[in-house]
Write a protein that binds this ligand. Structure first.
Ligand SMILES: N[C@@H](CCC(=O)N[C@@H](CS)C(=O)NCC(=O)O)C(=O)O
Length: 204
């Protein structure tokens, strides 16, 4: 197995690194520098034609992309301790929060990143800064949604730590890195982030 990884602040490869660290899985890795554009080289496009990280090459030569899919694969290989839920209710709640973090929170954050951040100004994409800024309130609403959930239970999807927490940590940390921190008054989210950041896996 080879894990095609990119360093922080890239949030999606980090999801897999934290997931693997939580499971105690040692993933042989190769670093793809996004800053150097290595994800768009012919050599890497032959691995992932979408030109993004992460990717996981399996022992049979096939390649998985999409960070959540890679985590699901690792969960199937190493089922203990379960991070995608053990009971039907947990499995459903975790899936719900995976989709909310990706679609409700990360989506506006990525629009702000792509359309307003100085780093992405150099990319060959058409940018609409007003549109990017218009996503800021959507990101704030999404943070508030997560804060409300964390006021009800210790972890995002309920009583058990799960992959949903990993997705949320990588989103919150990336958002802070690009200048989109969550508001200070979201105390549940703030204390959850402190607990998450204290886990050894968070250094991944
Ligand atoms: N849905 C994909 C998103 C992958 C993604 O956006 N990767 C970013 C790094 S966090 C990337 O490769 N960006 C460089 C590019 O798009 O050229 C996943 O979860 O794996």
């Amino acid at each position: 197995m080879i894990f095609y990884d990119s360093p922080n602040p890239a949030p999606n490869p980090r999801r897999v690194r934290i997931f693997a660290a939580e499971k105690g899985i040692d993933l042989p890795s190769e670093t793809i520098s996004i800053v150097a554009g290595e994800q768009k080289t012919p050599a890497y496009l032959a691995i992932n034609p979408r030109g993004q990280t992460p990717a996981l090459r399996l022992d049979d030569g096939s390649v998985l992309t999409e960070s959540v899919a890679i985590c699901r694969y690792l969960e199937a290989l190493y089922p203990d301790a379960p991070l995608f839920g053990a009971t039907p209710a947990e499995i459903g709640a975790i899936e719900m929060w995976i989709r909310r973090v990706e679609l409700v929170l990360m989506e506006p954050i990525s629009k702000i990143w792509l359309h307003t951040h100085p780093f992405t100004a150099r990319l060959p994409i058409q940018r609409f800064p007003d549109y990017g800024e218009a996503n800021r309130p959507r990101a704030m609403d999404a943070f508030a949604m997560c804060d409300a959930a964390l006021g009800q239970s210790p972890w995002l999807a309920g009583e058990a730590f799960s992959v949903a927490d990993i997705l949320l940590l990588t989103a919150v940390d990336f958002a802070a890195f690009i200048g989109v921190p969550f508001p200070d008054d979201l105390g549940h989210l703030r204390s959850w982030r402190q607990r998450m950041s204290a886990r050894p896996s968070a250094t991944a």
